[in-house]
Design a protein around this ligand. Sequence first.
Ligand code: NAD
Length: 486
Amino acid sequence: METYDNWIDGGYVASPNNLRMATTTPFTGEVWAEVADDPAAVDVAVKAARAAFEGEWGTMPAAERGRLMRKLGELLTRDAEMLGQVESRDNGKIIRETGAQAKGLQSYYDFFAGQADKISGEKLPNPASNFLVYTEKVPVGVVGAIIPWNSPLSLLTWKLAPLLAAGCTAVVKPSDITPVTALLLAERAPEAGFPAGVINIVTGGAEVGAAISSHPGIDKITFTGGGATARHVARAAAENLTPLVLELGGKSPQIVFDDADPDAATNGILAGIFAASGQTCVAGSRAYVQEGIADEIITRIIARAATIKLGDPADVATEMGPAASDAQRDRIISMIDQARAEGATIAAGGVVDPELGGRFVRPTVITNVTNQTTIVREEVFGPVLTIQTFTDEAEAVALANDSEYGLAAGVWTVDVRRSHRMARKLDVGMVWINTYRNVSPLVPFGGTKQSGYGRDNGLESITEFLETKTVWVELEGATRDPFVIG
Ligand code: NAD
C-alpha cells in the first residue's frame, strides 16, 4: 500500500497530529493508499501559501509565471499515462476518459499561461484636469480550492490554471475519495520551477474542507461539489466574508425536436448520461423528446443502454465503470426504487449488474414520469436517464426550466432559428446545440440557480482571482476644501 503526506511548501510534510485516512479503488473496493486527514495541516499550508504570495511568486514577472505554468503542463503531458491510470484506480472512471483528461490538462495551462502577462488595469478618463486615475488588477492572494471526486485532475486544473495566471497561491483540498492525483500534480511543480508554497495540497475529508472554508487567512474560496456541502462552505466563509466561486450540481435537460438527426440525438443523449457512469455535473439526466420522434428515440436509447459494456475501468474496451463508492451505489439504487414506488417504469437497467455486482449499476432508463417525480427533480449523480415527451417548443422550454438547477442543456434540432431561440429561453449557464458535454479552457463553464455562481474556464475565470485597485493621483497640488468630498 502507498502512503502520502500532505504537499506543503514544496515537499511532503507530516501533518501536525499525524491523522490519516485510506482511499480505495472502486473496481475492487480494495484500499490502495493512505493519505493525511488532519484539519490542523490547513493552517500550515495557508502560512506557506501566504509566504510564497508575499515572496518570490508575488514579485515574479508575469511572463515568467506563464513560463512555469507551460512547463507544468508539459510535465503533466509527459506523465499523462500514469496520471490517467492512478485517477482511474482512485475513482473508477474508465481509462479512456481519465487518460484523455490527463492528456488534455496541458491545454489549460497553456491557455492560462498565455494570459498571465496580459492582465492589466486601465487609465480612466480624468474626473478633473488635475487628476490622473487608473486601475490595477491585483491577485486576491491565497485561494482555497475544494475539489470533488468525479474528475479530480481536470477540475483542479480548472481552478489552478486561472488562479496561477492571476498571480495567486493555492491551498487545495482534493476529495477524500480521490486524494492522490492532486499530490502527484503538485510533485511536478518544483521540476517546473515553481517556488515552494505556491501550490499546496492538503488531503482529507469534511473537517479539512471546513478548516479551509473558515480560515481567515484565505482570501477567496473556489468550490466544486454538491449543493449541501456548498451551504456548509458558504456559511463558514460568511464569518470572514470570504468570497466564493461555487460550481455545483445539475439536472440538465436534453431536448430533442422532431426534426433532429436521430443518430446524433441518440448518441448525444447516451453520451450525456452514461459517460462517466453519469457521475458528471453536466449529466444530461432529463430527456424531453417531441412526440413525432419519441418512439424512435426512446426505442433506440433503451436498446443501446442494454448493450453498454461495463467492466474493469482499466480495460480500454470498457464503456462504463462502477459508481465511485458503496454509498453512491446505494443512493442511486434507492432513488430508482423510489421512482418505481412513485409509479415510474424502469425501461432498462435499474439494478446492480447481476454478473459484476459490487458498485456496477446498469445503465438505467426510466419512463412514465412527470416533472413532479422525485427522480426528475433531484440530482442522482449516476447512470440514470428519465424520458418524457412534449408537444411543442413552449412546453419543452417550460419543462426544461422547471428545475431548481440551471447548469446546462442540450438542444437537438436542425432548425437554426429555433436552436437560437431555445438557447435564449433556457435558464442555464451552458447550452449545447446538436452536441453535448464539450468543454474547453477557452469557454466559460458554470451555472445559474442552484448550480452555483461564478465561472471556471474562459478569460473571465481569471477575473474571479483578481481584485480591482483604483489609484487617484493629484497632479497639481491644489488645495481643496477638506470638508467636501470630490
Ligand atoms: P461533495 O460536495 O460531497 O464534496 C466536494 C468536496 O467538498 C470534497 O472535497 C469534500 O471532501 C469536501 N467537503 C465535504 N464536506 C465538507 C465541508 N463540510 N466543508 C468543506 N468541504 C467539504 O461533492 P462530491 O460528491 O465530491 O461531488 C459530486 C457533486 O459535485 C455533485 O453534486 C456534482 O454535480 C458536483 N460537481 C459539480 C461540477 C461543476 O463544475 N458544476 C463538477 C463536478 C461535480
